[in-house]
Design a protein around this ligand. Structure first.
Ligand code: ZN
Length: 87
């Protein structure tokens, strides 16, 4: 059954194509632009490993952690004020 084998191959080719499309789409969603060599917040040098691990990185580890913490606090504050307005 030579035609049966050919059919299997075609299906596998379609799977490969859709995986490639998914990778291309995922890459397009990554932050664009080059990584900064120095933190835009405090000016400390960003390690090359971090620049390569985080494409388009703009902050050092310490400033990124601080910013993440601020975002979390703001989230709680907004929730808190919303609740108090409702009550
Ligand atoms: Zn910094």
């Amino acid at each position: 059954m030579a035609t049966g084998w050919a059919g299997d191959g075609a299906v596998q080719q379609q799977i490969d194509d859709s995986i490639e499309d998914a990778i291309k789409r995922a890459r397009a969603q990554l932050p664009s632009g080059a990584s900064l060599t120095h933190c835009e917040e405090c000016g400390v040098e960003i390690p090359l490993a971090r620049q390569q691990a985080v494409p388009g990185v703009r902050l050092c580890v310490a400033c990124q952690a601080e910013r993440d913490q601020d975002a979390t606090l703001n989230l709680y504050n907004r929730r808190g004020s919303k609740d108090s307005q409702l009550r």
